[in-house]
Design a protein around this ligand. Structure first.
Ligand code: SF4
Length: 416
């Protein structure tokens, strides 16, 4: 088959990679200076570069592409599925290496995020992905960041090699429930996906152990493993998704679970919903994920914030939803309470809680002191006691939710 120019293929394969959410920036509004007749500058719609956090906390830019968007599988939610009528392209491993190095030398990127449709077989595809990383590391001594998507059905030895070259490896679980996966990705299997994750987990643990004992022991995926779940393509509720994410974090020591709101794709399969779920749903799931990872909430507690339908409210964040349901746990005395209780206070982020704990060693805190550490003291006031503040009946007011819900639709973040 005739292949287009590198640039034409780059356009196809960067665009095809945009559906993978394993990237720190997503969900922003579409803006493009071309749509306004060239007025202004810049665009949020470009594909090809994504951002990730390096192990040392830096936000880095990655060339994000597929090796190929040909695929022998037929996952209904995927634009690259075998039955999809889209333009196809592929790179050779050497072409991906050349692109990565030339972008790196121009300072456009600090690394590579590489995924692929499955061509010929899972092993063949995995060999090609590994070959890209091998050439970069061994032939060019490439020190930049590499994130490789691995193919769950590939031989464990190939996945192991991927982890020796890559900083991070990821395997997508795709859908929150086994039934959803069986219906929408009939070629995939939860057992095989989780078995591959378990092997990666063991390799990471073994490598950490060896590098502690031998300074020059090979490092395996030092930035850990991650996964992605598609939200809204099947009937799974937020409670299902939170439960699945929690099992993945506990069972496979994942660094991150990414949530990707299903978006209708061109040439969509008839079994998919016609509408995408609200973007706010994806945002609420990320917030619930933060509660589990940084605020010591168990999955069961996050699920308590859901309604009878198992869905997180869209109008308020899950931490506030939980606090409104369990008002007997409030108000919390900011001058006396333990860190765990303080982390439950809506509107207080982890950093604010730690600053309060440090500050109260020097003096007894007033409401104003807490106000300096949060973007919204109005959100915090009903849930705390300070030297000069006691909310009295405010905590139990029947209309408290309407007093605290954001007035306009916006993505509100935790105050951390
Ligand atoms: S395996 Fe499924 S999700 Fe991956 S590229 Fe092929 S059709 Fe898409």
């Amino acid at each position: 088959m005739k292949q287009g120019s590198i640039l034409e293929r780059l356009a196809v394969l960067a665009d095809a990679a945009k559906y993978d959410a394993s990237c720190a920036s997503s969900g922003t509004a579409k803006r493009n200076s071309k749509d306004t007749g060239g007025k202004g500058i810049g665009s949020t719609e470009g594909m090809g570069i994504c951002h990730a956090y390096a192990p040392d906390g830096r936000c880095i830019s990655l060339l994000k592409i597929l090796l190929t968007n040909h695929c022998i599988f037929d996952c209904h939610y995927c634009i690259n599925r075998a039955s999809s009528n889209v333009a196809r392209a592929r790179f050779t491993p050497q072409e991906v290496v050349d692109l990565t190095l030339s972008f790196y030398r121009r300072n456009y990127i600090e690394g590579l995020f590489l995924s692929s449709g499955i061509v010929k077989s899972s092993n063949h595809t995995m060999e090609q992905l590994v070959e890209v990383a091998r050439i970069l590391r061994e032939e060019h001594d490439f020190r930049g960041y590499i994130h490789l998507k691995t193919i769950p059905d590939a031989d464990a030895e190939l996945v192991h090699q991927a982890g020796l070259y890559a900083d991070r490896v990821s395997i997508n679980v795709e859908l929150p429930t086994d039934a959803g996966l069986a219906r929408l990705a009939p070629d995939k299997n939860t057992g095989r996906i989780e078995a591959a994750m378990a092997e990666v987990k063991d390799d990471i643990a073994q490598s950490r152990d060896e590098t502690k004992r031998f300074r020059n022991a090979p490092r395996f995926a030092p930035a850990g493993q991650s996964t992605q779940m598609i939200v809204g393509a099947d009937a799974a509720s937020d409670a299902d998704i939170v439960g699945k994410a929690s099992r993945l974090y506990d069972g496979f020591r994942l660094r991150r679970v990414y949530y990707s709101a299903f978006s209708p794709i061109p040439d969509a399969s008839a079994v998919l919903p016609l509408k995408r779920p609200p973007l706010m749903r994806e945002h609420r799931l990320y917030q619930s994920d933060w509660l589990m990872r940084f605020y010591d909430y168990s999955a069961a507690e996050v699920m308590q914030a859901t309604g009878d339908d198992g869905m997180l409210p869209l109008d308020i964040d899950p931490k506030l939803a939980w606090a409104l349901k369990f008002r007997e746990r409030f108000p919390v005395d900011v001058n006396r309470a333990g860190r765990e209780a303080m982390l439950r206070i809506p509107g207080l982020g982890v950093r604010a809680v730690d600053q309060i704990i440090a500050a109260r060693r020097q003096r007894t805190l007033r409401l104003e002191d807490v106000g300096k550490l949060t973007v919204s003291i109005a959100k915090v006031r009903p849930f705390i006691v300070a030297l000069d503040w006691r909310p009295t009946a405010l905590t139990d007011r029947a209309d408290l939710k309407s007093l605290l819900a954001p007035k306009q639709e916006q993505l509100e973040l935790f105050a951390a």
